[in-house]
Ligand binder design. Structure first.
Ligand SMILES: Nc1ncnc2c1ncn2[C@@H]1O[C@H](COP(=O)(O)OP(=O)(O)OP(=O)(O)O)[C@@H](O)[C@H]1O
Ligand SMILES: [Mg+2]
Length: 166
């Protein structure tokens, strides 16, 4: 397990890009964290680094969006599991896990039935929106604490931004 402090949304996008650099078809990234933690921000940086067409947004009604990569490579499938109540509903989406890179927001407890391995990213707001007087920053920018944990053999010894995951 690796713990990182991520100071700004830009840094969160850079962390997404660092994760993208180790990803290949068949990989699953599980994002956990409260509303507004930064899951989509990380996914946006990850998608940009993969060279997806368009940009990652917060899906409102769409549960899973596939982003092709015009320059080649497995597509990015971005899943928002917020509205799913049972893991079987994720299975029902018929995602091509083998042929894609799959990023799942609100992934806790959803993946056991569909994947053997995943990279888990837990995002927290240690100050919980209560930045102390004198520490206020622009536009609600506030540090996040991020934990990276590899589940399954796939992630043993893998490094993200210079940090070994096991
Ligand atoms: N250090 C930081 N890292 C990431 N985002 C930050 C940071 N500081 C402030 N923010 C802001 O927090 C918000 C994070 O929103 P984002 O949509 O990425 O969260 P989310 O976890 O996907 O939320 P949801 O659960 O609604 O999908 C953005 O507005 C971003 O600019
Ligand atoms: Mg989101």
């Amino acid at each position: 397990m690796t713990r990182l402090s991520v100071g700004t949304p830009e840094q969160m996008e850079r962390l997404g890009a660092a994760i993208a650099s180790v990803l290949r078809a068949g990989d699953v990234v599980a994002l956990n964290g409260e509303l507004g933690a930064g899951k989509t921000t990380l996914t946006r940086g990850l998608g940009d680094a993969l060279g997806i067409r368009g940009t990652v947004t917060s899906p409102t009604f769409v549960l899973a969006r596939t982003h092709p990569r015009p320059a080649g490579g497995a597509p990015l499938v971005h899943v928002d599991a917020y509205r799913l109540t049972h893991p079987a509903e994720l299975d029902d989406l018929d995602i091509d896990f083998e042929g894609s890179i799959v990023v799942v927001e609100w992934a806790a407890g959803m993946l056991d039935a569909v994947a053997d391995a995943w990279l888990q990213v837990d995002i927290r707001r240690p100050m919980g929106g209560r930045v102390s007087v004198g520490q206020e920053t622009d536009e609600g920018v506030e540090p996040r604490e991020v934990e990276l944990t590899g589940h399954g053999d796939r992630w043993a010894g893998v490094e993200v931004a210079g940090n070994r995951l096991d």
